[in-house]
Design a binder for this molecule. Structure first.
Ligand SMILES: Nc1ncnc2c1ncn2[C@@H]1O[C@H](COP(=O)(O)OP(=O)(O)OP(=O)(O)O)[C@@H](O)[C@H]1O
Ligand SMILES: [Mg+2]
Length: 239
């Protein structure tokens, strides 16, 4: 299905002194335009799953399809290109380059894909305007507030017009009021750009505003349910 993410029989096992299975035989679909919250206790494997979805880590078995493309079959160069063009990432604010200006940070994904600065700059400026920072482009990222930095992170994630958005605790370091603003912005941008997204969060407020939740627990157990405010939770267990 175009713009869906389909996870099929996914397994991740770390081999060390003892073998650690994070999840086994995990299957689920994120529908086009959906916002899926990835929740669960610390250490349950949320970041691990998000890294697998972003092609930053490789599964032990299984497939991950973005539309028709199984990213587990791409070579590193193809994966880097796919990530650059199709996936917007929102990590913690520390991922910005603090010595560079806001607009330079936002331009970065376009420059990486070979676009020249003269065409990248107006796109970055337009995206800064989308996130409410039209007049802050020439401030160094390190001099902006936490909430402003997270807006820059969002602008950088979306400047290349990806179809998918992956976020790891996008409101994690922010006070409640700023987190609410970032969440509202995220919702607005998601519908404006018709993004399919997966968001790792410890925030019940954020999870409640997602279409469904995928709850991970240690030992490879997972459950997918509708938004807690909706009736009819569907539960399936991996093992
Ligand atoms: N490279 C690795 N080698 C071995 N074990 C790892 C590795 N990376 C992660 N783990 C283990 O996998 C488990 C899941 O980690 P992960 O970071 O995905 O959890 P999380 O759900 O994101 O937790 P948190 O909410 O604290 O961010 C943990 O037990 C962790 O120690
Ligand atoms: Mg994590």
């Amino acid at each position: 299905m175009p713009n869906s993410i389909s996870v099929e029989s996914l397994r991740k096992t770390y081999r060390g002194a003892s073998e650690l299975t994070i999840f086994a035989d995990m299957t689920f679909v994120v529908n086009p335009g959906e916002r899926l919250a990835l929740i669960g206790e610390s250490g349950a494997g949320k970041s691990t799953l998000l890294h697998l979805l972003g092609g930053l880590d490789t599964p032990s078995a299984g497939a991950i399809r973005f539309g028709e493309t199984d990213i587990t079959r791409l070579n590193p160069a193809q994966m880097a290109d796919f990530r650059n063009r199709q996936i917007g990432f929102v990590w913690q604010v520390q991922s910005l380059l603090p010595e560079f200006t806001a607009i330079e940070n936002v331009m970065m994904p376009l420059l990486v894909r070979g676009e020249d600065p003269a065409s990248a700059q107006p796109k970055a400026q337009a995206m800064l305007a989308e996130v409410g920072l039209a007049d802050r482009g020439h401030h160094r990222a390190g001099e902006l507030s936490g909430g402003e930095q997270q807006r820059v992170v969002l602008a950088r994630a979306l400047v290349g017009q990806p179809k998918y958005l992956l976020a790891d605790e996008p409101t994690g370091n922010l006070d409640e009021c700023t987190a609410t603003q970032i969440l509202a912005l995220l919702e607005r941008l998601q519908s404006r750009f018709e993004l399919t997204s997966v968001i790792v969060t410890h925030s019940p407020a954020l999870a409640a505003r997602c279409t469904r939740t995928l709850r991970l627990a240690k030992g490879g157990i997972f459950a997918i349910g509708t938004n807690p405010t909706n009736a009819g939770v569907v539960t399936m267990e991996a093992e």
